[in-house]
Design a protein around this ligand. Sequence first.
Ligand SMILES: Cc1cc2nc3c(=O)[nH]c(=O)nc-3n(C[C@H](O)[C@H](O)[C@H](O)COP(=O)(O)OP(=O)(O)OC[C@H]3O[C@@H](n4cnc5c(N)ncnc54)[C@H](O)[C@@H]3O)c2cc1C
Length: 369
Amino acid sequence: MNLSLSPEDADFLAEVQQALEPFADTRGFVVSNSTPELKAFYKALAARNWLALSWPVSAGGMGRSPVQEFLLWNEAHFRNIGRAPQGVGVVAKTIIRHGTEEQKAAWLDPIRRHDITFALAYSEPNAGSDLGSLQCKAVLEGDRYLVTGNKCWNSKAHTVDYLWLLCRTGEASSGKKGLTLLIVDAKAPGVVIRPLELMCGNMVTEIFFDRAEVPVTHRIGPENGAWRLITEALADERYVHFTPGRVRYDYFTLRRWLEEHGRLDDPSARRRMDELAVLVLQAEAHVLRLLATPGDSSGIAASNKLAHVNAIQQIARAAIALGGIEAMELDAPTSLHWRQTMTESIGGGTTEIMESIIARQRLGLAANR
Ligand SMILES: Cc1cc2nc3c(=O)[nH]c(=O)nc-3n(C[C@H](O)[C@H](O)[C@H](O)COP(=O)(O)OP(=O)(O)OC[C@H]3O[C@@H](n4cnc5c(N)ncnc54)[C@H](O)[C@@H]3O)c2cc1C
């Protein structure tokens, strides 16, 4: 594993650090709702074409490496500026790989300019970890699909222009082989989106479809062939979402809070902070391994997510152990981290599902199941 950056990557990192300076107060990562400040940040990235940093040049992107894409978002997370919008990753990269020429012409430019936004509509009340059992149904009638059913826990879906919908077009018993991806106008008749506030202030939603019409031209990839597309798309995102920059940010937030409250001189606090610093380094090592592993790296990605979540949750819990009730006051950053990090072991795949992937792919257990 090469731990040093190439001269080009080091130059790019310096450019990123300079470009992010004006956005220091955005505060859009830990509570990641859409705000005017966050929108201004995305627009500034779009002006440099950095939202399409790793897209192929032929698709309007810059053709840069995963390492540079990681460096950009890792820095944005370390500064608590914001997360990558869903449209530029999962959605755009799937359209680039599987869309028709007409679909590429229609969707890619507005996405990379941040003129349109997307939310992922995969999970349902009875289908989260096991998406193969989802029930939201789309029926083709003429040149349109009629969508009926519901979705839940969709991050910020009430604020976006379009939903990236995973729905059933096959028989009820078709499992993963009967799923299709549709782009649905979030304001279309028959679509109702209700926001739900999490205890950290982040917003998710529940979505209800009642014979909502979707043009057949908004289907990406083959009917009943979405499973391969969504698993490929997950691979694109692995080094962008669970970055050590966020872990480092949480660590320094706690350190600063302890210092400001006169608690860092306590030997037990120092010892605990040293232990947590090791978890920060572990999270960094995991993502470097991920970046250095080409091809199917889902087992390593699962280890990376586990290391990331373990670190941020331990940092959040240490705040309570070391800071007591003061660290839990609602306006304390340590309290916010405690409330927010709880859901990190659910979103993007639960801890138990990550452990199953590691058992199968890295430890070779249950290989025949
Ligand atoms: C903050 C947040 C944001 C989210 N954003 C989105 C979004 O934008 N779009 C979207 O579509 N969804 C989103 N989700 C939903 C998320 O993907 C699901 O909550 C997650 O996949 C788990 O599904 P579930 O809630 O149905 O739990 P379940 O799958 O019902 O799991 C319940 C419990 O059972 C365990 N379990 C389930 N299956 C197994 C198994 N095979 N082996 C061992 N244990 C198992 C789980 O680990 C968990 O502890 C978000 C969730 C959160 C918390």
